[in-house]
Design a binder for this molecule. Sequence first.
Ligand SMILES: [Zn+2]
Ligand SMILES: [Zn+2]
Length: 154
Amino acid sequence: MILNLAVFLCTLTAMEGIGYLAHRYIMHGWGWFLHRSHHEPHLGALETNDVYLLALALIALALVALGRAGHAPLQWVGAGVAAFGVIYVIVHDGIVHRHWPFRPRPRNRYLKRLYRAHMLHHALKGRDNNVSFGFLYAPPLRRLKQQLRARQRG
Ligand SMILES: [Zn+2]
Ligand SMILES: [Zn+2]
């Protein structure tokens, strides 16, 4: 049980790193045609960018299925991936972008910092030279703002 919990928590943590890399190099790279919808004025509850969320859900399901089929700890890897997806939806879609009918507000310091950091990501419109690609961890805002100014100059 302890081992399973460790696998779950490690996956959840690793997913922030994987998410950062995917956002920076895939979503703002060759996958921009899907992610672009997220950087344009918002029309409804769904956007093309949600394809990434769907892909994440399928990966999580596949991992859980493999784990149950005998490759033991994989279901906990899948659970970690799924948990990241759920937290991402609540924090990013719900609290940061307020895509939902009810609008939870970022109240504590951690959520406020995530909110401001992600707003800096949306301060630049295009695909290239953006900053702040993380989802659930944000570096100090001072550093992000420095990066942003450097990108705007460049
Ligand atoms: Zn982006
Ligand atoms: Zn966003």
